[in-house]
Write a protein that binds this ligand. Structure first.
Ligand SMILES: [Zn+2]
Length: 222
């Protein structure tokens, strides 16, 4: 009897998520795939042995199926970013379903998307219940260097490096050379400080968080 209780206790402990040692960050890239910017980004990530998370749009996937395939094959995580990139907080349930399903259809074969980043981070009660039903966790961010606004790689890099900490999700865009340059600068600087770059799902796991469908996460800092 007592041995049975001990065994149950051990099994219970094995199931409790525990935060891993080390400093981890997730880089996320929205709005792609984007042709040559994505290609350059993937080359640089591969050179640095870094895995990232790409939130892809359906209307871009239509033109760049091969690139989405490459993102998937190289071990990065892929999440949904809507089909049209319109504001999801204003959509009806039918419109939201269409945005999600049409985008999923264009995803690489075998890609199991469990993450959604609504454009602009704009959510609603309706979106929350649909994501729960569709087994999607909503992923926002904890560090936003506004790369889409300032277009200066050095400024973007400094803004991230100065304030990033363990468990952060960094928002970048797969849209211009300045964001790609900034991403490489951020990785090179933070790797020297002992940070490791992982996908969003991996970051959650390492921080001891179990992602739940329908819930919204901005980061996993303790
Ligand atoms: Zn976007």
């Amino acid at each position: 009897m007592r041995r049975g209780i001990c065994l149950l206790l051990i099994l219970g402990l094995l199931c409790i998520p525990v935060k891993a040692e080390g400093k981890y960050v997730a880089l996320t890239f929205d709005d792609g795939p984007s042709g040559r910017f994505t290609r350059r980004l993937l080359d640089g990530l591969e050179q640095r042995q870094v895995k990232a998370t790409f939130f892809l749009c359906g209307y871009r996937l239509k033109d760049y199926q091969g690139l989405a395939e490459r993102i998937f094959q190289e071990g990065h995580e892929i999440g949904l970013h809507g089909y049209s990139h319109d504001n999801m907080s204003k959509m009806t349930p039918a419109q939201l379903e269409k945005e999600l399903q049409e985008t999923k259809k264009l995803m690489p074969e075998g890609c199991r998307c469990t993450l959604l980043r609504p454009p602009g981070g704009a959510s609603s009660q309706t979106l929350q219940s649909i994501t729960k039903r569709e087994n999607l966790s909503v992923i926002l961010w904890s560090v936003d260097p506004r790369d889409w606004a300032n277009h200066d790689a050095a400024v973007v890099q400094a803004s991230v490096v100065e304030r990033v900490s363990d468990g952060d999700i960094v928002l970048l865009h797969d849209m211009c050379d300045c964001s790609v340059d900034a991403a490489f600068g951020i990785i090179d600087a933070l790797q020297k400080q002992g940070f490791q770059f992982v996908t969003v799902s991996e970051l959650a796991r390492l921080q001891g968080v179990i992602l739940e469908p329908g819930r919204t996460y901005s980061g996993f800092s303790k």
